[in-house]
Design a protein around this ligand. Structure first.
Ligand SMILES: O=C(O)C1=C[C@@H](OP(=O)(O)O)[C@@H](O)[C@H](O)C1
Ligand SMILES: C=C(OP(=O)(O)O)C(=O)O
Length: 430
């Protein structure tokens, strides 16, 4: 399905933020790793959430759900010997479940999205798991993959944090279950460091004890721990909401988004400060972000690693800013659903934006007068590219057509419904 985005001058109304993708995947996993029955309130309903549900079910968790909650009876340290798992296009789900698969004699991961997840590298996690005695058959660090484990060793483990924080998070979920105590040392830099804070928060909620250094580069994890069954409540999602807030910022608007906690550990909470720095009129109080956009933005310079899944939306907003914006420290955007620097900028350019790239940087020469539009966009299987190009389309001179925009459902199936409710002219066509 394609989406036609027609320029829209004004957005107005209130929406409830979608539920957090990253908390949903984590709560589902820790609930599965507990032996009792856990409840997750307000889980995210998206393809990635569904991928994690499918995997934990295949691994033996009992999953029951209604509109508001999921009730999960976990398998603890003893996953059912699933032969084959399908993680869809979900990087976090694949990486987290790779470590759990290491508890089993043989699990095969299929390559369901060769053009997207199938291109992403997992070498750093593969190396770490191999050092723990796990055998992995893979295609140059990529899917499809077969993991042969059983009883992984703890002890001293090293993992690189250069490409993705998900490798470290994955090991943090596994190591408490091992017989031995473990020590994890993160090599090189740790990208998307803030997301690891969410992992530690969820592990603590599940009753797991981990000692982490202040810089999040060293961990001591006692072995033989057991995950506790709990009730969890999923907070609103900043990365998805970042796109709504950016849309409200580039138009004349009066838009309210509920369920965005000021105290959230989601790094993408920073998008509120980014938009403020761009002089977008907004307030953030009591979990409510209120944007009264006047369409005027001022360029800025930002460390994008602090809000990794919000960068594309902020770049889209900066396309209409006065001056030149710079998003630095973003190299690992190249290893996501597509190359979110080269592929994304190619689509922005098609729409008329003036953008440049460096290996780890996106530079945007703003065009407050608007861009031409009138083009067809290749979404590269990337939900965040779809959301970001929609923002651009709202302020283009001519409509844009986003090919295969249904991939937005990876994280935010109701994105276009929400925009429509706010008055955006968006229309599905096949
Ligand atoms: O741990 C997680 O749930 C995630 C970590 C981030 O990935 P990287 O660590 O690869 O940057 C983020 O982009 C992704 O959407 C979810
Ligand atoms: C990169 C993302 O997800 P994942 O790595 O879990 O596929 C994302 O949601 O933008």
């Amino acid at each position: 399905m394609d989406m036609i985005v027609t320029p829209t001058g004004r957005l107005e109304g209130e929406i409830q933020a979608l539920s957090s993708k990253n908390y949903t995947t984590r709560y589902l996993l820790v609930a599965a790793l507990a032996e009792g029955t856990s409840t997750i309130l307000h889980p995210a309903h998206s393809e990635d959430g569904e991928a994690m549900r499918r995997c934990i079910r295949d691994l033996g968790a009992i999953v029951e759900e209604d509109d508001e909650k999921i009730v999960i009876t976990g398998f603890g340290r003893n996953p059912h010997p699933a032969k084959e798992l399908n993680v869809g296009n979900a990087g976090a789900v694949l990486r987290f479940i790779m470590s759990i698969a290491a508890l089993l004699p043989e699990v095969h991961f299929v390559n369901a999205y060769p053009q997207s997840l199938g291109k992403r590298p997992h070498d750093d996690l593969i190396t770490a798991l191999e050092s723990m005695g796990v055998q992995i058959e893979h295609q140059q660090g990529r899917l499809p993959m077969t993991i042969r484990g059983g009883n992984p060793r703890g002890g001293k483990i090293q993992v690189s944090g250069n490409v993705s924080s998900q490798f470290l998070s994955s090991l943090l979920f596994l190591t408490p279950l091992l017989d031995e105590d473990s020590e994890i040392e993160v090599l090189h830099d740790l990208k998307s460091k803030v997301v690891v804070g969410q992992t530690l928060e969820v592990l603590a909620q599940a009753g797991i004890v981990i000692e982490a250094s202040d810089d999040l580069m060293h961990y001591r994890i006692p072995g033989k721990q057991r995950y506790k069954a709990q009730t969890y409540s999923v907070q609103g999602d900043y990365p998805g909401s970042a796109a709504i807030l950016a849309a409200a910022s580039v138009t004349q608007s009066d838009v309210i988004v509920h369920r965005l906690l000021e105290t959230s550990k989601q790094g993408e909470r920073a998008v509120v400060d980014v938009l403020k720095a761009m002089e977008v009129p907004l307030t953030h109080e009591n979990g409510i972000v209120h944007v009264k956009g006047n369409g005027k933005l001022v360029a800025g310079e930002f460390d994008g690693d602090e809000f990794t899944d919000g960068v594309l939306a902020m770049v889209a907003a900066s396309v209409f800013a006065e001056g030149t914006s710079r998003f630095y420290n973003v190299e690992n955007l190249r290893y996501k659903e597509c190359d979110r620097i080269t592929d994304y900028l190619a689509e922005l350019r098609k729409a008329g934006a003036r953008v440049e790239e460096k290996q780890d940087e996106i530079i945007v020469h703003g065009r407050p007068e608007g861009v031409e539009g009138g083009v067809e966009i290749d979404a590269h299987f990337d939900h965040r590219v779809i959301m970001a190009l929609t923002i651009v389309g709202l302020r283009s001179k001519q409509p844009i057509r986003i090919k295969d925009a249904h991939h937005v459902a990876k994280s935010y199936p109701h994105y276009f419904d929400h925009l429509k409710a706010l008055g955006a002219q968006v229309e599905w066509v096949s």
